[in-house]
Ligand binder design. Structure first.
Ligand code: FPP
Ligand code: MG
Length: 298
């Protein structure tokens, strides 16, 4: 029933009665609609659930429009980003329009749902700010990284699961934990893919995150494992454009210390916990979504 969510978003956009926004929205490739799927699986496909799912996807799209400006990213979902095509001003304003229209619609759904979702958007913004400030130095503190990814990514997935449970009259707590674990694992896998996926142009990982200054979990673990002299080499490469040799140096050490496996196991633990919780709640159908999360491109 995900098509009902697509139709609802299109209707919200049409309400705005603006040709430019309609045409920009058509240019926006949507992703897997994970958050919407989660909401419908928990709450069914009644009107309030469909509206909540549409609003959450609009907020998520807005956050990515802004994120691509903040990250100077010119590719999103293998296509040129809106900021690449039309510049930063258009990308920011389109984000603001999606976000504010989403909020307007949210007010009509349910007070508890709107509180849950709006609180998560504050967390998203705090998380994005933390991501930017942590990138200024080589962050070696795992708890800071976990808090940042919780805020930046997991908070909206957690809120989606919680809001859906509220709409369905289910006890929210297990759904909240399920959503949080899914969100944390999602971002951990995303950060791993930056190391394991070959870039289209180079045919090997470009290590974009590290070049941008982001010391994600694999770099924190690698830093822990290295001897002092090699640690200094790694720190010296932080936030710099890397030569092929430097990329290989990092990748060789990632392999030597089996960093990818260490991070993957940690994400898998979170997913296993989420699946167990849902099995206990008699929601086996929610296990599939959790499973999909850690099977992305691996
Ligand atoms: C992607 O992170 C970014 C997010 C998940 C959150 C972005 C949040 C904001 C910009 C603040 C909220 C703003 C609004 C309008 C609601 P990433 O850069 O690690 O992932 P990527 O590889 O997908 O770019
Ligand atoms: Mg980004």
């Amino acid at each position: 029933m995900i098509s009902a969510v697509e139709r609802k978003i299109e209707q919200f956009i049409r309400d705005l009665d603006d040709q430019m926004v309609e045409s920009l929205y058509r240019r926006l490739p949507h992703g897997k609609r994970l958050r919407a799927k989660l909401i419908l699986r928990i709450a069914g496909s009644g009107l309030r659930a469909v509206k909540t799912a549409a609003v959450v996807e609009m907020i998520h799209a807005a956050s990515l429009l802004h994120d691509d400006v903040i990250d100077d990213a010119y590719v999103r979902r293998k296509k040129p980003s809106i900021n690449a095509l039309y510049g930063n001003k258009t990308a920011i304003m389109l984000g603001d329009i999606l976000y504010s229209k989403g909020f307007f619609e949210l007010n009509d759904i349910d007070k508890r749902v709107s509180k849950t979702i709006s609180n998560a958007v504050t967390q998203l913004s705090l998380g994005e700010l933390k991501d930017v400030s942590l990138s200024k130095r080589f962050n070696t503190d795992k708890s800071q990284y976990l808090q940042m990814i919780y805020q930046k990514t997991a908070s909206l997935i957690e809120a989606s699961a919680e809001a859906a449970a509220l709409l369905a009259g289910k006890a929210p707590e297990p759904y909240r934990i399920y959503g949080r674990n899914l969100g944390l694992a999602f971002q951990m896998i995303d950060d791993l893919l930056d190391i394991t996926s070959d870039s289209d142009t180079l045919g090997k990982p470009a290590l974009h995150d590290f070049v941008e200054g982001k010391t994600t979990l694999p770099y924190i673990y690698l830093h822990e494992k290295l001897e002092a002299d090699e640690r200094a080499v790694l720190s010296g490469l932080h936030a710099k454009k890397l030569s092929s040799k430097e990329q290989e140096w990092i990748m060789q050490r990632m392999e030597k210390y089996q960093i990818v496996m260490q991070c993957y196991s940690e994400a898998k633990l979170l997913i296993d916990e989420a699946i167990e919780l849902m099995n206990e709640a008699g929601e086996a159908a929610l296990s599939d979504i959790a499973q999909e999360m850690i099977e992305r491109d691996f």
